[in-house]
Design a protein around this ligand. Structure first.
Ligand SMILES: [Mg+2]
Length: 427
């Protein structure tokens, strides 16, 4: 056993691992394959050492991820939380068949071993910080910026969840003008300086009109559009050419590396992705085909915080831009994202986050507040966040009550539009 000797090391070794599935109330946000369910799922990870230190992590909560976390949790007992190579080795051994984690209706898939390793890595990094008395950003090389900028993440949306009595506070957003209203509120409340539209839902002419109205309303603000592969190559090229000079980048306009390369060769703005480059092994093809110019990192599947630092260095060497991706998440993930972003020199784009769309958090002190669209990494040690146990219990109870254990935006869409068909690309 190559790593056997490490398991005998004298340090604050891991004694137990607790995984708690959570359901978090969500908004009916639209995308190219349907609409968000009434809750999104997360897994809370608590890793306890012999000395009683607790490291926190947060990741996806859908069925395959949760099962992967549960099946590999016992393999972490005895691990030195500083030995991250050993961590990966143990996870790979515990999940020999690997496979992907995403639901069949998803438009990209992630390796289970990457996702599980990443989730435990963050908890180990939190522990490392607590052992050393230093914030996670210091473990990643130290802060290169005091404040981390985030972008406003705009979604078309229904007025209310299908079984709710009344509209949510955002109401219906299904037109360009309503989207400008949503953007104004997000910017007023959080101070965001850049905006990203989740596209692929409305017909392209309306999404183009939306971007032009956002440009008019927020002159000078970097703008992005992301239809998650919801367009054909022809449509994407037309939109890219129409929005020449308007967009900072166009994100995953089409599905697949070859289609991305075709679009990239025909439009002026960079193409960004969190769909065709999601593993280190994808970088070579992307470069050879000049299919993408900006990679969105995400510590939930790039091997955790250190893996994301390695991605950043690789992007720098390859001449690729670097941005940061987000799924629906809570404050542990946000703290991890902020530490990482603060310690990543070539992260020059504002980070994505779904955080403004949640109403409650599971961290002590409640939701973090953006100042001028930015956050400072919590002071630490480690991630610098602690659990609000009452909030954790409430969201775990909700998980048990709703009975939702997987994500399916397409099935949820059929509760609003019974004959809705998933078509990617649609336009
Ligand atoms: Mg994206």
């Amino acid at each position: 056993m190559a790593f056997g000797s490490l398991r005998e090391g004298k340090s604050k070794r891991i004694q137990s691992v607790k995984i708690t599935p959570l359901a978090v109330p969500d908004m009916p946000l639209l995308n190219c394959k349907g609409v968000h369910q009434k809750v999104f799922l997360r897994s809370l990870i608590e890793v306890t050492t012999e000395g009683g230190l607790v490291g926190l992590g947060e990741t996806y909560g859908s069925r395959r991820t949760l099962l992967g976390l549960q099946r590999s949790a016992d393999a972490l007992v005895g691990l030195d939380p500083l030995h991250l190579h050993d961590l990966r080795h143990r996870v790979v051994e515990a999940l020999p068949e690997g496979g992907g984690v995403n639901a069949p209706t998803a438009v990209a898939d992630h390796q289970l071993t990457d996702v599980v390793t990443s989730a435990f890595e963050v908890a180990c990094m939190d522990l490392q910080g607590k052992i050393l008395g230093r914030p996670v950003s210091d473990l990643l090389g130290g802060k290169v910026r005091e404040r981390v900028a985030f972008s406003a993440y705009l979604f078309f949306k229904f007025a209310k969840q299908y079984d709710a009595d009344r509209p949510d506070r955002w109401g219906e957003v299904l037109t360009p003008d309503a989207m400008v209203g949503e953007a104004r509120t997000l910017v007023e409340e959080n101070g965001f300086k850049s905006l990203k539209l989740k596209a692929g839902h409305l017909e392209p002419a309306l999404e183009i009109e939306t971007m032009l109205k956002l440009r008019e309303t927020f002159p000078g603000a970097p703008l992005r559009i992301d239809p998650n592969g919801g367009w054909t190559v022809e449509t994407a090229i037309r939109i890219g050419q129409t929005l020449d000079g308007v967009l900072e980048y166009m994100e995953d306009p089409v599905l697949g590396m070859d289609a991305m390369a075709e679009v990239a060769s025909a439009v002026s703005m960079p193409l960004a992705t969190n769909m065709v480059v999601i593993e280190f092994e994808h970088l070579e093809e992307a470069i050879k085909k000049n299919a993408v110019q900006v990679v969105l990192s995400d510590h939930h599947y790039w091997g955790g915080l250190r893996g994301s630092s390695h991605l950043a260095r690789a992007c720098q060497a390859l001449g690729l831009g670097l941005s940061m991706h987000s799924n629906s998440h809570l404050g542990i993930s946000l703290a991890a994202m902020t530490h990482l972003a603060a310690a990543t020199p070539n992260l020059t784009y504002d980070c994505d986050t779904h955080y403004p769309w949640i109403e409650t958090d599971i961290i002590e002190g409640g939701k973090m507040q953006f100042q001028d669209g930015t956050l400072t990494p919590p002071a630490g040690p480690g991630l610098g966040v602690a659990l609000d146990r009452t909030a954790v219990d409430r969201l775990h109870q909700l998980y048990l009550e709703t009975g939702i254990d997987d994500r399916d935006d397409t099935a949820t869409m059929r509760r609003y539009i019974p004959d809705y068909e998933r078509r990617v690309p649609r336009w």
